[in-house]
Design a protein around this ligand. Structure first.
Ligand code: MG
Length: 296
């Protein structure tokens, strides 16, 4: 039996299930993205951005369409109450799915200008919602609707859902995309799918300010699109032809080759140790020995 992973540093053996094999769980997507695990439903929800749908998968029931049209939904996360937070390209908004299945728009513009196309999102333990706004949903009609940017830039934003106040958290990125906090939330990692196509990191102040921008890692082949952090602080990121795992020092520990261009990943499953991988037409999974830092 062949493993579905490559050990680059011996540390990786303690992070991946011995002999773990990549499983294909679903296919039929165009551009699978934005996976989020819903613990109380034992379900994974993800986006097929270009077909304007969201999908849902359970071990018992397999895959089914979750929402269509999805406003070209992309990244998802859960808030502190377990509600799904969604980045929607063609409504230029970040929404919250309420317990009754209705959607509440949390934010859709900054100082009167519509966002470009919110891409990926993470919620801090204080409830603030951090999201990226690259232009992928307005460059053509394939992931949204083509139009000019009203903001004229691609920022990382911080939203306080209590007050509704939205502020620019970072303006130093070309096309900011995936983002995740370190386990203690002292660092925010941001993937840039524009130039220079790497992952950089910033210190997070108690007041929510970001400082000390610096290099973290440059997956090869590029690029990191979506990323997650495990309870030990290792970064699991999409990287072109699969998933790559970096230590908190930026050392490449291992890789999980995937037979399709890979966009994002998410920990979930019954034990929280299954890594779900969205890659072009398909949803895959592989067993690990770690869980998401947010669930540790
Ligand atoms: Mg993305």
């Amino acid at each position: 039996m062949t493993n579905s992973y490559v050990v680059v540093d011996d540390t990786f053996r303690s992070l991946i299930e011995s002999g773990a094999e990549l499983q294909k769980l679903a296919d039929g997507c165009i551009w699978a993205e934005g996976p989020v695990w819903i613990p109380n439903e034992s379900a994974l929800v993800w986006s097929d951005v270009r077909s304007n749908r969201e999908w849902r998968w359970t071990a018992a029931g397999g895959a089914s369409v979750f929402r269509e049209p999805s406003n070209h939904a992309n990244g998802h996360t859960l808030d502190r109450n377990g509600n799904i937070i969604t980045c929607e390209h063609s409504s230029n908004s970040v929404t919250r799915r309420e317990a009754d299945g209705t959607y509440t728009t949390l934010v859709k513009e900054y100082r009167g200008g519509r966002f470009n196309s919110p891409n990926d999102v993470v919620v801090k333990s204080d409830g603030t919602i951090w999201f990226t706004d690259p232009p992928y949903g307005i460059l053509s009609n394939s992931e949204g609707f083509k139009r000019d940017s009203e903001i004229g830039a691609n920022y990382v934003y911080r939203l306080d859902p209590e007050s509704g106040e939205v502020t620019i958290a970072a303006d130093q990125f070309d096309r900011p995309n995936g983002l995740t906090f370190s386990p203690d939330e002292s660092i925010l990692y941001i993937a840039d799918t524009g130039e220079p196509r790497n992952i950089r990191m910033m210190d997070v102040g108690d007041d929510g300010s970001l400082s000390n921008l610096r290099f973290f890692a440059a997956p090869e082949p590029p690029a990191s699109d979506g990323l997650r952090v495990d309870q030990f602080g290792n970064i699991w990121t999409s990287a072109g032809d699969g998933v790559q795992v970096f230590s908190s020092e930026g050392v490449l520990l291992g890789r999980i080759p995937v037979p399709e261009k890979t966009a994002n990943c998410e920990f979930g499953g019954e034990n929280g140790t299954t890594l779900f991988i969205t890659a072009s037409t398909s949803l895959y999974s592989i067993e690990t020995r770690v869980i998401d830092a947010r669930r540790a």
